[in-house]
Design a protein around this ligand. Structure first.
Ligand code: DGL
Length: 282
């Protein structure tokens, strides 16, 4: 394994701001650790992209995180976890943690009637990764999976709290409600930032699963297993974006309620392929 220094940071990445929900849980669960974060805002959203494109982007980001001394890499993106994780694990000799297995485990533990709703990106839903992971934990579970293409662009453009976001949530929750799910998995790391809208719409007693919570716990376990837990003073976290650093910092501050250190820009060279070439900006 490379980068096996316990003093190194935990590398965390997402297509944009959503992975900060995982960083927030790492802050809570592993307060002694340092984080180096990449938000690939120039190429967000990932949810309509092909597996080939996502792997290409992930490869560049992980290479960059390793250059920054990351001792472990967290896929704080369900879409990347669904489409690229096993391939990247084979390519890079560093411990890695994804978000789908922890999310599926938490959902299987929470449900009482075996009916689980899933909100996720189109690519995550299409991959079937969550359904497989949930059935692996709870054979016979009924999963109602809904692709929610409007939600990531709303969060990335600072409109998580808008009436437009509230309307989109109502529409996307309809099939989950109809199925009688007692548990809802937020299968995209951006969605916990829509929690107020979700809570307003869900019946009382429906368990809301944010895979970030279990993921942070898993990160702690993997670090401990590799004797990579950090001891000693923190120097601070570092944040990078492939988009506009000032915008990223402002929106990240609004979403996390915490002032980030200055955000730096990182340039990735892979061309943006396919139908999403214009992306959603950020
Ligand atoms: N946060 C990413 C995820 O968890 C969003 C993907 C996207 O950019 O569409 O899937």
């Amino acid at each position: 394994m490379v980068n096996s220094s316990a003093g190194g940071p935990i590398g965390v990445f997402d297509s944009g701001l959503g992975g900060l929900t995982v960083v927030q849980e790492i802050w809570r669960h592993l307060p002694d650790e340092e984080v180096v974060y990449v938000g690939d805002t120039a190429r967000v959203p990932y949810g309509g992209r092909s597996a080939e494109e996502i792997r290409c982007f992930n490869r560049e980001i992980i290479g960059f995180l390793l250059q920054q001394g990351a001792k472990l890499v967290v896929f704080a993106c369900n879409t990347s976890s669904a489409l690229a994780f096993p391939v990247m694990q084979r390519e890079f000799p560093v411990p890695m943690v994804e978000v789908i297995t922890p999310g599926a485990r938490a959902a299987a533990a929470a449900t009482r009637n075996g009916r689980i709703g899933l909100l996720a990106t189109e690519a995550t839903v299409r991959s079937g990764a969550y359904v497989r992971a949930i059935l692996g934990e709870l054979p016979g579970a009924q999963v109602t999976a809904v692709a929610c293409p409007l939600l990531v662009p709303l969060v990335e453009s600072g409109r998580a709290g808008s009436a437009e976001a509230a309307r989109a949530v109502v529409e996307y929750l309809e099939p989950v409600r109809e199925a009688g799910a007692d548990t809802l998995v937020l299968g995209c790391t951006h969605y916990p930032y829509l929690r107020p809208h979700l809570q307003e719409q869900l019946e009382r007693g429906v368990a809301l699963i944010d895979p970030a919570v279990e993921t942070a716990r898993r990160v702690g376990e993997v670090l401990a297993a590799h004797e990579l837990r950090r001891h000693g003073p923190r120097r601070g976290d570092r944040f990078y974006t492939s988009g506009d650093p000032a915008l990223f910092r402002r929106l990240a501050g609004e979403l996390t309620g915490r002032t980030l250190p200055p955000v730096e820009r990182v340039e990735f060279s892979s061309p943006v392929l396919g139908v999403n070439a214009a992306g959603a900006g950020g």
